[in-house]
Ligand binder design. Structure first.
Ligand SMILES: [Zn+2]
Length: 284
């Protein structure tokens, strides 16, 4: 009897071990925290091996890769009113809304920018295809940098009076893609509530990815709705282009939300948690 329960315990422990060994998470949607070290510790404790971070310029440069975690640095722009939405610190030391194109190019050459994002045109009340963005998209193409664009709704208290929900419709990306067909883009938050439009543009443009941050936060999007949304992405054949993100929500809750999707196979979860992001950012 004792022997049998001992065997059961060993089997249980080894299956846990196996699961943790296998799971690797790439969080493509992160913003800064008051104590970066604490944030990184929580992430690595939850199997996060790589992150793509966008926050104010001075803060994000404080995040560095280490043996446990690979850090990709974004360039957040434009900066409505000169401040990062929600956290409200100045994006750039001189308080400007748009960095100069020449400055951005210098930072790219110095290896300080791995992707352009989070693109916040919507918080400025303009389209992601506004021509103001074109010089930055041109740099992204020239240097092979991915671009991450906020789409869909926003939470309360972002502090940006110009925010326009309809400027977050993923269909607005069409114009940009016509002009810059080689641009590597991911639409953030799955475009929610414009899920249909997000799926449509992903189907017509095989280079477009999306992250599932916020959608996987049960405090904002009910579990059942998240399940329906994920089903529609999978049914549309997009499992290779879904990226995991937490958008600073509790990391273990965000991961669990995906783990609980019983219709996903182990391989599909692996793709969403890590593999898709690894290939998306690889050719940077
Ligand atoms: Zn966002």
């Amino acid at each position: 009897m004792i022997k049998r329960s001992l065997i059961a315990i060993i089997i249980f422990l080894s299956s846990c071990q196996e699961r943790n060994d296998r799971r690797k998470v790439f969080d493509v949607h992160l913003h800064g925290a008051a104590v970066p070290g604490q944030q990184l510790d929580a992430l690595t404790a939850n199997d996060v091996h790589a992150i793509a971070i966008s926050t104010s310029w001075p803060q994000q440069q404080a995040y560095q890769s280490g043996p446990q975690i690979n850090v990709l640095h974004g360039l957040l722009l434009p900066c409505p009113g000169g401040r990062v939405p929600y956290s409200r610190q100045p994006c750039f030391e001189d308080g400007r809304e748009w960095p100069s194109v020449a400055w951005v190019e210098r930072q790219i050459k110095a290896g300080r920018i791995d992707f352009i994002g989070e693109v916040l045109t919507q918080y400025q009340g303009i389209s992601m295809s506004d021509t103001l963005m074109y010089p930055f998209y041109a740099l992204a193409v020239q240097y092979g940098l991915p671009v991450g664009i906020h789409t869909g709704s926003a939470g309360p208290d972002h502090g940006c009076p110009g925010f326009k929900e309809d400027m977050g419709n993923p269909a607005l990306l069409k114009e940009t893609l016509q002009r810059f067909p080689e641009l590597k883009v991911w639409l953030m938050h799955g475009g929610g509530p414009y899920i249909k439009e997000c799926i449509e543009i992903m189907k017509t443009h095989p280079g477009v990815y999306t992250d599932i941050s916020v959608l996987n936060n049960p405090g904002i999007v009910p579990e059942k709705e998240f399940r329906t949304i994920m089903r529609s992405f999978i049914d549309a054949g997009l499992e290779d282009r879904l990226l995991f993100g937490s958008d600073n929500a509790d990391i273990s809750t965000s991961i669990e939300a995906v783990e609980r999707l019983a219709f996903l196979s182990g391989k599909q979860k692996e793709k969403i948690f890590y593999l898709n992001a690894a290939s998306f950012f690889k050719s940077k």
